[in-house]
Ligand binder design. Structure first.
Ligand code: HEM
Ligand code: HEM
Length: 166
């Protein structure tokens, strides 16, 4: 990935929709309100669109181009530490693991929220607990995600943020 690399507009639009609405539901909307629910449903829709795009595009956004792999992530982190280099086009293998983790966590958060609306789980205490815990774990993953981008930008001198901006 050169500093010129830019993600396509589907990746950018869905990323900032998911990021913005995740923070909105975490900090702003009142838990369980209509706005909170609608916001959560839009998050699900944005991730589904992104995943479908990842099945059809042949660009670096293709899902199979960043399948999670621990050995590749370790290899990549060694290269970062020893050579201060990230030579991957698209997501690097450490980012890839975090991205799949974030998609899983945020979808889990939104789907557990959704399930509270069903007859089966209405008013069930542990489902609320699951929803809250997944929301907190997503926030933890996002904190690591943003920290990693800041550290990597300084370490390997690649402008990751610019690749996600218009
Ligand atoms: C201010 C906050 C954020 C910044 C600056 C940021 C920045 C970025 C950047 C630069 C990338 C591209 C990394 C690369 O080139 O490999 C990225 C990817 C990604 N970020 Fe964030 N991010 C933020 C918040 C979030 C939040 C809140 C979430 C999820 C809840 C999130 C989930 C993701 C995902 C899933 C990807 C992969 C994108 C894709 O392939 O569709 N990010 N982020
Ligand atoms: C991005 C997706 C979502 C995030 C980040 C999120 C986050 C949160 C958080 C942080 C709370 C407060 C937990 C607490 O401290 O009590 C909460 C509560 C709640 N959320 Fe969500 N939520 C999301 C999606 C949804 C969806 C899609 C629904 C329903 C359709 C939903 C329904 C609820 C309800 C009913 C509560 C109140 C639970 C209670 O009474 O404790 N959420 N959510």
């Amino acid at each position: 990935m050169t500093s010129e690399f830019k993600w396509d507009w589907v990746v950018k639009a869905t990323h900032w929709t998911v990021a913005g609405l995740f923070f909105t539901n975490f900090f702003i909307t009142s838990p369980g309100s209509d706005t909170h629910e609608l916001t959560g449903y839009i998050v699900i829709a944005a991730i589904v669109i992104r995943l479908l795009w990842g099945l059809v595009t042949t660009s670096p956004a293709r899902l199979s181009r960043f399948a999670p792999s621990v050995p590749s992530a370790i290899e990549h982190l060694k290269e970062v530490l020893h050579e201060k280099r990230d030579s991957h086009v698209g997501h690097n293998p450490a980012g890839a693991i975090m991205i799949w983790a974030m998609w899983t966590l945020i979808l889990g958060t939104a789907i557990s929220g959704w399930s509270m609306e069903t007859d089966m789980f209405w008013g069930v205490g542990w489902v609320e607990e699951v929803h809250e815990t997944l929301a907190n774990l997503t926030m933890l993953a996002v904190t690591i995600h943003v920290s990693a981008i800041i550290v990597m930008t300084k370490l390997v001198k690649k402008n990751y943020l610019k690749s996600m901006l218009p």
